[in-house]
Design a protein around this ligand. Structure first.
Ligand code: 13P
Length: 274
C-alpha cells in the first residue's frame, strides 16, 4: 500500500528537442499546484532534450528522467550514455528494461541488471520495465516470465537502495493498442504476482513499499478502472500523455476518483487519500 499515486510518461521518439521542451513547460504550468506528497510524476525524455529540460524544471515538482542508460561505465562504448553521465545532468530517474528495449534492442535480464545497479549506485530512481509478450500470455507463462525478469533484473540490490525502485509493468501485447483491449482484472492479477515476488525478494514490509505501476494503452477511458485494481499504485502512459492538456486532465480525474473511492472505502489507499 502506497501513500502516493504514481504517474509517468515516456515520450519515446515522439518528440524532438523543441517539442519536448514546450511539452515540459506546459506540463509544469498545468501541474504546478499538485502536492508532491500525494503525487509523483516522472517524465522520461530523449537524451537530446535532457540538458535543456533540466534547466526548465530545476525547481519543478516533475521528476526528469532518461529512457535508457548503458550497462557499462567503461569509455569504450561508442554512442552510449552511462549512469554517471546522466547523474552529471542532475537527472532524477531513468527507465530501464522497457518492453521495446527488451524486444527491439535485444536487451537481456543480465544487461538490465547491470543498468539497474549502475543507475542505483548514482542515486537515480529506477523505473524497471517488466513485461510478457502476447505468445507468453497465450502459453499462460506470464507469471513465470515476470518473476524471472524481476529476480534477474533486481539481483544484488541492497535494501537501502529499494526506496529508489519503481516497477513498471508494461506488457508488450498491451502497448500501442486500443484501450478497450486491456482487461483491468488481468492487470490486477499480474500486479498481485509482482507484489508477491517483491515480498519474496525483499521481505513483506520492504516488498510492499515498492510502487508498482501499470502501463500499456492507458487512456482517459480506462485509467480509473486500472487504478482500482489491487496493487496498481500508478499509471505509465504513452500516447495519452503526449498532449500536456490531456495528461493533466487524466491525472486530475484519477486523483479525484481515488479520493472518492477511498472515502467510500473501496480501495485502501494511505492516509492522505482518505
Ligand atoms: P501507450 O500508452 O502508447 O500504449 O505506450 C505505453 C508505453 O510504452 C509507455 O512506456
Amino acid at each position: 500500500m502506497q501513500n502516493k499515486l504514481y504517474f509517468c510518461t515516456n515520450t519515446k521518439m515522439s518528440k524532438g528537442l523543441t517539442e519536448s521542451l514546450s511539452y515540459l513547460k506546459d506540463l509544469q504550468t498545468l501541474l504546478s499546484d499538485l502536492p508532491q506528497k500525494d503525487i509523483e510524476l516522472a517524465v522520461m525524455l530523449p537524451f537530446t532534450a535532457l540538458y535543456p529540460a533540466r534547466q526548465i524544471c530545476l525547481k519543478s515538482n516533475i521528476l526528469l528522467g532518461a529512457q535508457n542508460v548503458c550497462q557499462e561505465t567503461d569509455f569504450s562504448f561508442t554512442g552510449e550514455i552511462s549512469a554517471p553521465m546522466l547523474k552529471e545532468l542532475n537527472l532524477d530517474c531513468v527507465m530501464i528494461g522497457h518492453s521495446e528495449r527488451r524486444r527491439k534492442a535485444g536487451e537481456t535480464d543480465s544487461m538490465i541488471n547491470q543498468k539497474v545497479l549502475f543507475a542505483l549506485s548514482e542515486n537515480l530512481t529506477v523505473f524497471l520495465g517488466i513485461s510478457e509478450t502476447a505468445s507468453e500470455k497465450q502459453y499462460m507463462i506470464s507469471d513465470e516470465v515476470l518473476r524471472i525478469q524481476l529476480k534477474r533484473s533486481l539481483y544484488g540490490i541492497r535494501a537501502e537502495q529499494v526506496p529508489l525502485l519503481r516497477i513498471l509493468y508494461e506488457p508488450a501485447w498491451a502497448i500501442g493498442k486500443d484501450s478497450s483491449c486491456i482487461p483491468p482484472d488481468y492487470v490486477g492479477k499480474k500486479h498481485n504476482t509482482i507484489r508477491s515476488c517483491l515480498c519474496e525478494l525483499f521481505g513483506s514490509d520492504t516488498g510492499s513499499s515498492i510502487p508498482v505501476i501499470y502501463g500499456g494503452s492507458v487512456s482517459p477511458s480506462n485509467a480509473c478502472r486500472l487504478i482500482d485494481q489491487p496493487n496498481v499504485d500508478g499509471l505509465g502512459i504513452g500516447r495519452s500523455a503526449w498532449d500536456a492538456f490531456t495528461f493533466n486532465c487524466l491525472i486530475r480525474n484519477v486523483q479525484e476518483h481515488v479520493n472518492q473511492s477511498t472515502s467510500k472505502g473501496d480501495k485502501p489507499y494511505a492516509e492522505n487519500f482518505k
